[in-house]
Design a protein around this ligand. Structure first.
Ligand SMILES: Cc1cc2nc3c(=O)[nH]c(=O)nc-3n(C[C@H](O)[C@H](O)[C@H](O)COP(=O)(O)OP(=O)(O)OC[C@H]3O[C@@H](n4cnc5c(N)ncnc54)[C@H](O)[C@@H]3O)c2cc1C
Ligand code: FES
Length: 370
């Protein structure tokens, strides 16, 4: 994140030879022909450890669809760090991100960001988006997983009376529940939205069993479900949907006269958005010497740390995006050696093969084309 004070800009203008690029940036901080930027217009502190940051993006940005995310870059100790954040505002409005203070970048975003600050950006992406035609939806969210769903609700509910959304939103306490008041107001105002808050401090973890979900949303099976939240929450949701589908398959009597193999599953689809990924399956092995050939750097790496982190710590300019194996922005050709996919434990050692550095670790000596 860069802060532009008028004094700093004028001082720089008087003391530094300016390129045309610098000159444009003096008057318009989001101007850059090389790097998309946005200027922060408003910061709203939502809970004690989260904030919504509204920003006005420069040229190169395109309007987001409800549920999409964008890469946001901030400068920490002189190094630009990128993280992904869902866009929480309604589609068609200025973008905003809602961030929970959970580590290095989020801490700076939540605690230090002020109107006038400049963020580095990449355009919105992601396919966790609303279906083309409104239908009965079930949203399952926990913690900061509400952010993409909030964008969907803000986009859909006021504009489409034919939509029908039930939201089950889990948080530890009412005070930690981001957007709680706005959600309650929307549910009071619009009969097509039902909000079920679940507070784990008083009720324990939400149980992903058919009966427990039916108590909150009796027709849950017939709804298209969208879920976003911590890893365990999403795994439990996935397990329930898989169990239900298996149960339905086992109950199906094949219709031999019609030649049909099986009747369509009655349980609706479950679409999931993950903010992190489990990298433990391939952990616990030896690493090796990593050579970044173009950058002329060598680093001894352990077998558990993604090569993306190894490179960044060594000052190598590493391409990256989601940092969790979904966007493929971090693909780099393997020149020689062997890497392990930390999600599965699978080994890759074909020279020229593209590897995802955010989910791969050294498994012996590795040469990368970077
Ligand atoms: C598609 C997508 C959308 C996302 N949307 C959002 C969103 O809307 N809102 C949001 O808040 N986040 C979102 N995230 C997560 C976000 O990208 C970052 O991963 C998150 O903000 C943490 O980054 P960080 O630099 O603050 O943490 P890092 O410093 O990178 O740390 C990563 C994790 O390590 C752990 N950690 C860090 N420091 C410590 C410590 N000292 N002790 C113990 N554990 C520690 C924390 O669990 C932390 O989350 C999204 C991620 C993806 C992939
Ligand atoms: S950074 Fe997205 S897949 Fe690696």
């Amino acid at each position: 994140m860069i802060r532009f004070s008028k004094l700093a800009r004028v001082t720089a203008a008087l003391t530094t030879p300016l390129t045309a690029e610098d000159f444009m940036a003096l008057f318009n901080p989001v101007y850059s022909s090389r790097q998309l930027r946005g200027v922060v217009t408003r910061v709203v502190h939502e809970t004690e450890d989260s904030a919504t940051i509204y920003f006005r993006p420069g040229n190169g940005w395109h309007a987001h669809q409800a549920g999409q995310w964008a890469r946001i870059g901030v400068e920490l100790d002189g190094v630009r760090q990128w993280r992904s954040y869902s866009l929480s505002n309604a589609a068609g409005h200025d973008p905003a991100i809602t961030v929970k203070d959970a580590g290095a970048v989020s801490h700076v975003l939540v605690r230090d960001t002020k109107p006038g600050d400049v963020l580095f950006l990449a355009p919105p992406q992601g396919d966790f988006v609303l279906p083309e035609h409104p239908r009965s939806l079930l949203m399952l969210t926990a913690g900061s997983g509400i952010t993409p769903v909030m964008s969907m609700i803000r986009t859909l509910i006021p504009r489409r009376p034919d939509a029908d959304v039930v939201l089950i939103n889990s948080n530890s306490t009412p005070e930690k529940s981001v957007f709680r008041e706005e959600l309650d107001e929307l549910a009071d105002q619009f009969p097509n939205l039902t909000v079920r808050h679940w507070f784990t401090s008083t009720r324990g973890r939400l149980e992903f069993k058919a009966k427990a979900i039916a108590e909150l949303c009796p027709d849950w099976r017939s709804r298209a479900a969208y879920a976003c939240g911590p890893e365990g929450f999403l795994n439990d949701a996935e397990d329930l949907w898989e169990r239900e589908a298996a149960l339905e398959r086992s109950r199906t009597v094949p219709d031999v006269t019609a030649g049909a193999g099986a009747e369509a599953s009655r349980t609706g689809t479950l679409t999931i958005e993950r903010f992190s990924t489990d990298l433990t399956a391939g952990a616990g092995h030896d690493g090796g010497l990593v050579t970044f050939e173009q950058s002329d750097r060598e680093v001894q790496a352990d077998g558990d740390t993604p090569l993306l982190d190894i490179g960044e710590d060594a000052g190598v300019l590493m391409p990256s995006g989601c940092r969790m194996g979904i966007c493929h922005s971090c693909l780099v050709p393997l020149r020689a050696g062997q890497v392990r996919d930390l999600r599965s434990g699978e080994l890759h050692n074909t020279p020229g093969q593209l590897i995802q550095t955010c989910v791969s670790a050294a498994a012996g000596p590795v040469n990368l084309d970077l």
